[in-house]
Structures are given as C-alpha cells and as structure tokens.
Ligand binder design. Structure first.
Ligand code: TPP
Ligand code: MG
Length: 566
C-alpha cells in the first residue's frame, strides 16, 4: 500500500515523475502545501517578482526545451497576472502547465476571496483547463496535463488546485512518465508529396511552428539540400534552419523582404512544414489566398484541425515534426534542375536585404543600429540565444541578425510586449553554458523589467540591450501613417536604464555613438561571464529612426501627401 501523502506532496512527486527539474512562480497562501513539498524536492523553484514574468519564463522554457514549462501562481490576482503567458503559449503552441492555488471547496462558488472560475477565464486560451478536486486523482490529472500540453499541437494547460484538496491526504501510487503523441505521415502521402514536387517549376519550402525536437531540424535541412529547395522560416521561428545555411533565404514575418514575399506568392508549390499560416506569416492573409491558394499548397501540421482551417491545400498531412522530417530526409530526391538556380538567387536577395540600409548611409545618425547588430554577431558566439518582445526595435534583430539554428531565438508570435527580459533570464537559468542576449524596447523593458531582480538573485548573466527611442514606437509609426502629425499616447519619459541596472546589482552602460557600442558589448560580456550577473546596455537614439526602411518623418510626409490627394 502506498504511504499517505498530502495533495501538495503527491503533486510535487508527480512533477518529478514527469521529469520536471525547474519551475517558476510567485508564492501565495493558497498553495502553501505545494511550497512545503518543494522545500525537500530536487525541483528548482525560481521565485519571480510578478506572475507575468513567471508565466513568460515558463513559456520560454517550454519553447527552448520542448518540455512543458511549469508555473505556480496564486488565485485571482496571481492568475490574472499570469494570463499573458498562457495566451502566448497558446498562440505560440508552446507546452506549458500553469498551476493556480484555488479557493477551498468549502467556500467555492460564493465569490470567495480572489475566487475565479478558471474554466471560464482561460477557456479560449488554453488547451485544457480544469480543477483537481480529489487528491487521489492528482497522478491521473498531472499525467494527462503533460500529455495534452505536449501532444499534437502543443499548448498551455491550466490546473486549479483547491486549498483543502492540497492539504487532504491520500494513499495513491504515482503514475508513469508521460509520452507525447504525434501523428505520422504514411508512405502514400510521401509519394504524393514527391510527385507534386517533381512536377514543380518554382517550389518554396517554409518551416515554422513548434515541436522540432531531436534530429528534426537536421533532417529537414537534408531534405532541403537534397532537393535544392529555397527555404524560408515563418515569423519568429527563424532559427529552424541556421541562417548561414546555403538554402536559407529569409523570414516570412513582419517587415518581410518584398522580394521574398514575391517568391512566396509566385511559388507554384509551397511546402509549409509546421507553421500555422497565421496573419503575421501570410502578411495579413495576402501571400496566400483563402480558402484556395494559387500555389499548390502542401501543408504539414501537428494538429489535424489546423489543416484546412484557413487554407485548403493540394495535400494536407497531419504529422509531428521529427516524424515528417525523417521521412522527407529519407525520400529519394527529385530532379531539381528546373529550380536549382533559385536557391542562390534568393540567397543573394537576402544578402542585399541585409546590407546597411540607406537611412544610415549618409553617416549622419550618431548611433547606427545596423552596425550594432553587426557588432553583436562579431562578438557573441553563434549559438547565442537571442530573445525579444514586441516593438519596432525587434526588426533590427529579425532582419539583420543571423540566427544560429534551433533554438537560438525566443520571441512571442503573439506579439506580447515584456517577453524578452523574462525569456532571456529563463534561458540563461536553464542553459547557463550558453550566451543569452535580449533585445528590448524602452516600452517593452518596463513591462517586465522587475525580473532583473530575479536574474541577479539566481545569477543569470544575460546581456540586455534596451532600445530607448523614448516612445511606444510601433504605435507611433501607425499613428503617423493613419493620423499624421497627431502624436497621441505614445511618448515616454524614461528612467536612466543603466543607473537602474546598477541599482539592481547589474552592470549598466548608456551608448549613444556607434563606435562606443562594441567596447560596451565586450565589457558587458566580460562582466556577465565573470560575475554571472546581468548587464544592460541602453541604446539612446533618435526616435526618428523607426524602421530600417523609413524614418518617422518620411512616413508622416507620405501620409500627409496622400491625405491631400484624397
Ligand atoms: C502587452 C502588450 N501591450 C501593448 C501592445 C501594443 N504594442 C505593440 S508594439 C508597442 C510599442 C512598443 O514600444 P517599445 O518597446 O518602446 O518598442 P519600439 O516600437 O519603440 O521600438 C505597443 C504598445 C503589445 N503588443 N503588447
Ligand atoms: Mg520604444
């Protein structure tokens, strides 16, 4: 007979059964019994400063490792703070489990203190939301949570834990470790894919989505090489093929290279492996027509219901990424002589797109943000993990940075601001041997900058570059396009980010001139390596430099001219 354990103890033992080594969270009196069980456990519990930061860290951990990121928060206010991470995990298809301390069953449904019905609250943004009401069923619920979070299209699971259930005792055996389930293609589908590809004149391969575990990325690289396929990556899944790979031709996301956009539109066969073909990856559903695209679409996705949901394909295959990648790597290559030359042409277009943009070529801008990215690539190792949140500053990374390969990018496809800092810290805590660099906007940084204290506490030596243009730049850009000259709600007056960093015990410097960046980065790198503490480099620059393509002034003038014409 198993020994009697409290609910909290059974839960923590269940997490260990499923291989959990690290969890993130903010404590609450609603789950004291779990905290007590964690006291003697091998699981490292990283304490955050805000549940938004904790949930982002768990999400980033899930993205980086493919194992569910674990997050613990308290009821009501804790859960509402954490919701941004759940939404991110949902849209980004990241395995994650959020545990929420819940009002005891003795008070439930009275709108007791901090009570929320989590099934209703998270219904639309989690794969599964439930409440565990009996301690003896914890092993079953936790096993299912891991199954659901990792199988098919991965995503977040939310489990509410009533306080009285956690302190009740039960004699129950542990479950076995979970085993993620993925579909696989059959040989007839591979034969059909091969025959569609063999009849193509101008095919394009697009990689994206989650679940690229094991050898999936190297297998798909082999498929691309053998069939001479120009290969692009979907929005914020830019690291599925090392950007230095001869077949890599760019990312299909915000600010896409117009030449690449044309290639996607004009492809006769588009093989999309893994991405959702969402709004950001299709340039607002314009690169492919819905429901019947002009390209012969071969769409391969881990979730059966995703297939055909917006785009009817020529061939739709439900498969996990390692499964399809292996089958395609083993497929006998087709004759690629019709399109072989396009790989080099598209690669040359990417190289041209990554040249120093004209806005810096007159040398007048004191801080050249293109050069900043070149310096980053010169100084930091190729397997650096680069994280970011949302804002126009991210375009400097997405367009000019050469991502090393899976997983060297952690960025939210749902465009959540405040993601980069906690994601960077979580990455550094989980993989301390790797260099971690975070790009953050001034608006973006302030949404989760409190987690710098977490980085200092756990000695996470992440390098954070804050792009300070004193504004919510993205919104200002849209404002100048649609309401030229009428700046409203987008200006920011910021703290001195470098001084703020020093107040936390981190390294902090301000850079305002191009030549000062490289030595500042080297100092930040030396500091993070020797002290295992974070460093911030604040880039202070003229907000007029809003995108690599156009200044705010040009956008405003063009919009005013268009309004006059109308
Ligand atoms: C959590 C969240 N709130 C608001 C937005 C809307 N939004 C998108 S970008 C942006 C401005 C980003 O400003 P900043 O981080 O300073 O970057 P910049 O665009 O100035 O480079 C805002 C407010 C968002 N995407 N996420
Ligand atoms: Mg800004």
């Amino acid at each position: 007979m198993p020994t009697s354990r409290s609910g909290g103890q059974i839960l923590v033992d269940a997490l260990k059964t499923h291989g959990v080594e690290i969890a993130f969270g903010v404590p609450g009196e609603s789950y004291l019994d779990v905290l007590d069980a964690l006291h003697d456990s091998s699981i490292r519990f990283i304490i955050n400063r805000q549940e938004g930061g904790a949930a982002f860290m768990a999400e980033a951990y899930g993205k980086l490792t493919g194992q569910p990121g674990i997050c613990f928060v308290t009821r009501g206010p804790g859960a509402t703070n954490a919701s941004i991470g759940v939404h991110t995990a949902y849209q980004d298809s990241t395995p994650m489990i959020l545990f929420i301390g819940q009002v005891g069953n003795d008070f439930i449904d009275r709108e007791a203190f901090q009570e929320i019905d989590y099934r209703r609250m998270f219904g639309q943004m989690a794969k599964w939301v439930t409440q565990i009401d009996r301690a003896e069923r914890i092993p079953e619920y936790i096993a299912r949570a891991f199954q659901v979070a990792t199988s098919g299209r991965p995503g977040p699971v939310v489990l509410a834990l009533p306080e009285d259930m956690l302190i009740s005792r039960a004699e129950v055996p542990d479950a076995k470790p979970y085993c993620a389930i993925q579909a696989s293609a059959n040989s007839a589908q591979i034969a059909q894919l091969r025959s569609i590809l063999a009849s193509a004149k101008n095919p394009l391969l697009l990689l994206g989505g989650p679940g690229w575990l094991g050898d999936a990325c190297s297998d798909i690289a082999r498929f691309a090489e053998q069939n001479h396929l120009p290969t692009a990556c979907a929005f914020r899944f830019q690291d599925l093929l090392a950007n230095s790979h001869p077949n890599y031709i760019g990312d299909v996301g915000i600010g896409i290279n117009p030449k690449l956009a044309a290639r996607v539109k004009n492809a006769d066969v588009l093989i999309a492996i893994g991405p959702r073909l969402g709004e950001m990856t299709t340039s607002g559903y314009t690169l492919l027509n819905s429901p019947v695209p002009s390209q012969k679409l071969i769409h391969i996705h881990s979730h059966a219901e995703e297939l055909g949901s917006v785009y009817q394909g020529e061939l739709l295959i439900n498969s996990g990424m390692p499964q399809i990648a292996k089958m395609l790597a083993d497929m006998s290559p087709v004759d690629a002589s019709a399109w072989q030359h396009t790989v080099q042409e598209a690669k040359a277009e990417l190289a041209a797109f990554q040249q120093e943009p004209p806005i810096f070529q007159d040398g007048k801008a004191p801080l050249n943000l293109w050069q900043v990215v070149q310096d980053v690539m010169e100084v930091l190792p190729r397997d650096t993990i680069l994280t970011n949140g949302a804002g126009n500053y991210a375009s400097w990374a997405h367009r000019f940075y050469c991502y090393g390969g899976r997983r060297s990018q952690l960025a939210p496809t749902n465009g959540a601001m405040g993601y980069g800092v906690p994601a960077g810290i979580a990455a550094k805590i989980s993989q301390p041997q790797r260099t971690v660099l975070t790009f953050s906007g001034d608006g973006d940084y302030m949404m989760n900058g409190q987690e710098l204290a977490t980085a200092v506490q756990y000695k996470a030596g992440v390098i954070i570059i804050v792009f300070n243009n004193q504004m919510y730049g993205t919104i200002r850009m849209h404002q100048e396009r649609d309401y030229p000259g009428r700046v409203s709600g987008t200006q920011l007056h910021n703290p001195d980010f470098a001084a703020l960093a020093r107040a936390y015990g981190a390294h902090g410097e301000v850079v305002e001139k191009t030549a000062d960046f490289l030595p500042a980065l080297q100092r930040a790198q030396a500091f993070t390596q020797s002290q295992q503490l974070p460093a911030i480099i604040e880039l202070r620059y003229d907000g007029n430099l809003i995108t690599p393509n156009a200044t705010l002034e040009t956008i405003r003038k063009n919009a005013e001219a268009a309004q006059k014409k109308a």
